[in-house]
Design a protein around this ligand. Structure first.
Ligand SMILES: NC(=O)c1ccc[n+]([C@@H]2O[C@H](COP(=O)([O-])OP(=O)(O)OC[C@H]3O[C@@H](n4cnc5c(N)ncnc54)[C@H](OP(=O)(O)O)[C@@H]3O)[C@@H](O)[C@H]2O)c1
Length: 247
């Protein structure tokens, strides 16, 4: 029987976009969710909404660049609900720009949030997954970098490809059946991700593409639910999910 009913799921970047949609869908289908992000008032409001609809939800203010914040998220989840079945590593930023602009601050920020943030989640969750004898790491990666690289997206795609590689590493190191890993790579999704783009051309172009073809964040949430609800001996390793019309 495929079910989310007894799943305990912590989600980073749950204050909007794909993370919020994932929290709402999983809670709606019976999971207990812990919503984490820097904007505490946003995650609190979403959690209140989920509880008002009969779901189970708690919150935790974190910055994923801080390893101790991820450890606190895992600890709060276990304290509150007894264990952590799934960590959804979703928090991400995309201050994209051409390499020639030398936006080294943006490069560092993407490495810190997209890659180091994911590794901080791995470091916090893996020991607990091993102690429990089960656990599932889901990361929201990107189709950026899957085949070639779009202009302006080199460093963003590099961080996402690095996350993809860490997933594959975890997978090959987890053949004892304890840890499942799923890397979900979306194409254009209608969210506020363009707000993290300092470069006005990149921001406008991304917003135009999202408006023209972006799929709903709930479509990506559906992919997360599909991976999570599989029986323990079934691992959905990778999902690419794009607008049908995206090249
Ligand atoms: N939208 C797309 O087209 C698309 C396509 C492919 C992949 N993705 C990926 O999908 C993921 C979610 O993005 P989205 O599109 O839903 O964008 P979004 O609406 O901007 O959401 C990003 C989330 O990340 C959180 N976040 C950013 N920096 C953080 C930090 N240092 N610590 C903790 N949380 C942080 C934000 O929360 P706070 O600001 O409250 O901290 C927010 O909840 C990202 O990894 C993104 O790269 C998106």
């Amino acid at each position: 029987m495929l079910s989310l009913r007894d799943k305990i799921v912590a989600i980073t970047g749950a204050s909007g976009g794909i993370g919020e949609a994932t929290a709402r869908l999983l809670a709606d289908r019976g999971a207990a969710v812990v919503l984490a992000a820097r904007r505490g008032e946003r995650v609190d409001a979403i959690a209140r909404d989920i509880r008002a609809a009969g779901g189970r939800a708690a919150t935790c203010v974190i910055d994923v660049t801080r390893a101790e914040d991820l450890r606190r998220l895992v600890a709060i989840t276990v304290d509150r609900y007894g264990r952590i079945d799934v960590l959804v590593n979703n928090a991400g930023i995309a201050p994209i720009s051409p390499l020639a602009d030398l936006d080294t601050e943006g490069w560092s920020a993407m490495i810190d949030v997209n890659l180091r943030g994911m590794l901080n989640g791995v470091a916090a969750a893996l020991p607990v997954f091993r102690e429990q004898g089960a656990g599932h790491l889901v990361s929201i990666v990107s189709v950026a970098g899957l085949a070639g690289v779009h202009p302006s997206m080199a460093v963003y795609a590099a961080t996402k490809n690095a996350v993809r590689t860490v997933h594959e590493g975890l997978r090959v190191e987890s053949t004892d059946g304890v840890v499942r890993t799923t890397a979900i790579s979306p194409g254009y999704v209608r969210t506020d991700l363009a707000d993290s783009m300092a470069d006005p051309r990149a921001r406008e172009q991304t917003r135009e593409n999202m408006d023209a073809m972006g799929i709903s964040p709930s479509a990506v949430a559906g992919a997360v639910a599909f991976a999570v609800e599989q029986p323990g001996d079934v691992e959905i390793g990778e999902i690419n999910i794009r607008p049908t019309i995206q090249a």
